[in-house]
Design a protein around this ligand. Structure first.
Ligand SMILES: [Fe+2]
Length: 433
């Protein structure tokens, strides 16, 4: 199976290595951890790439040195005791998930996330503290794509179920990490919601036609979701200043979006979203296969006055893992970057102009996180990503100048082991709360 071969194959060891060799110069401003999560099945078998036990790979940078590398499985109950869908009372066991999709920090806590379960809290050394349910207040799973509002420090997120009566719940934690809002939102069916979007004034949900498929769930071993031609597609807009108020829905053409790049409220009253849009996803066919789909950058402009959404394709380059300088989450970030094959591509979202860094044949980057150089949002900084080299079967942490992407890397940290392809991560500076 492709998701267990090549650099998708799991690694078998947890390592700790110090004083890593570096080509180039690590910017002395970088003091913190680059962490990235991804599936790494402990038993080296897994029915789908999305199912493997989470492993976080971290590199610590400080004082211009690559101080250490560490990789650790997230010790979920699923990792230690095996999968348990339901607890002794017959309720969903929300501690039972792979915690394999993202790793974020909020209110001083470092959380490993997967959308089917609760977060798991990690120490700064990547040891697992245990499941985290916001002091007993979080009663649903938590998306792996929560968003921190840079103005308020609030953490906005949602949870969705598979067959639960309440499918979608919007949550908000304040800057101290206290869960202060949880409210259910009605959607027509059990849609798969991987990500959403935040603006300064609104929360936007993507209710798209990939829905829970009981037959696939009973078959097991694959994602229990499939494309539904009859479901339709819509964006739901909730005002942040009326969090228990009505959600207003706007129809869009059927498609699937795993990831939004960013969103903002425009001065003319519209909401602008940039997303990586697939024309469809996981359509069931007679032989059970589904044609591979590719995502490209689209812009959605929601016009509340007219009740319409303008849908525009911005580029035809297939890519994924869209990110911005997270200090501009929900604001007009002007730029954003995407991983495209062996390249990182940075878009000027105003002009559509593109700069790119190609790592060369056989050198494949993952998602890149932005690490700021100073305290000015949108200011200079670096893009950090793990790059796998097929020729050597080793991985590097590569640091690129975000403002001069085509230039040679600023620094390349040579890691002691391969980092398998994975999902999402962050630069967590020591100065972050
Ligand atoms: Fe994701």
């Amino acid at each position: 199976m492709k998701h267990l071969g090549g650099n998708y194959a799991p690694v078998t060891e947890e390592l700790t290595a110090h004083d890593l060799p570096v080509t180039g110069t690590i910017p002395p401003e970088l003091a913190g951890w680059y962490l990235r999560n991804g599936p790494n099945p402990a038993d080296a078998a897994s029915g789908h790439w999305f199912f493997g036990d989470g492993m976080v790979h971290g590199v610590r940078l400080d004082g211009g040195r690559a101080v250490s590398y560490r990789n650790r499985w997230v010790r979920t109950t699923r990792f230690t005791d095996g999968t348990r869908m339901y607890d002794d009372q017959g309720r969903r066991d929300l501690t039972s998930g792979p915690a394999n999709t993202h790793v974020v920090r909020h209110a001083g806590r470092t959380l490993a996330l997967v959308e089917t379960a609760l977060p798991y809290e990690l120490t700064r050394d990547l040891d697992t503290l245990g499941p985290y349910d916001f002091d007993g207040r979080l009663g649903t799973a938590m998306t792996a794509h929560p968003k921190t509002c840079p103005a308020t420090g609030q953490l906005h997120f949602f949870g969705y179920g598979m067959a639960e009566p309440t499918h979608l719940t919007y949550h908000r934690a304040d800057a101290t990490g206290e869960l202060v809002i949880s409210r259910s939102i009605e959607v027509p069916g059990p849609t798969m919601l991987h990500d959403f979007a935040l603006t300064a004034g609104h929360v936007v949900f993507m209710d798209l036609p990939v829905v829970f498929d009981l037959e696939l769930a009973l078959t097991g071993g694959t994602m229990p979701y499939s494309w539904d031609d009859g479901y339709g597609a819509r964006l739901g807009v909730l005002r942040r200043d009326d969090p228990h108020g009505a959600v207003r829905w706007f129809d869009v053409d059927p498609c699937y979006v795993f990831h939004s790049l960013n969103a903002h409220d425009a001065p003319d009253g519209t909401l602008v979203l940039h997303v990586m849009r697939y024309p469809e996803m996981w359509r069931r066919t007679a032989d059970g296969s589904s044609a591979p789909q590719r995502a490209v950058l689209w812009k959605w402009t929601i016009d509340p006055a007219r009740g319409t959404v303008r849908e525009e394709q911005i580029d035809d380059r297939p890519g994924e893992f869209p990110r911005v300088d997270d200090r501009l989450t929900g604001l007009d970030s002007l730029h954003g970057h995407v991983t495209c094959g062996t390249s990182l591509v940075r878009y000027d979202l105003t002009t559509g102009a593109v700069t790119a860094h190609d790592f060369g044949p056989g050198r494949t980057p993952g998602e890149a996180a932005f690490a700021p150089a100073d305290d000015v949002p949108g200011g200079p900084g670096w893009l950090l990503t793990y790059v796998h080299d097929a020729a050597t079967d080793r991985s590097d942490l590569v640091v690129l100048d975000a403002g001069d992407l085509a230039a040679a890397p600023v620094a390349t940290v040579h890691l002691p082991a391969r980092v398998p392809f994975g999902f999402h991560g962050n630069w967590l500076a020591d100065t972050d709360a």
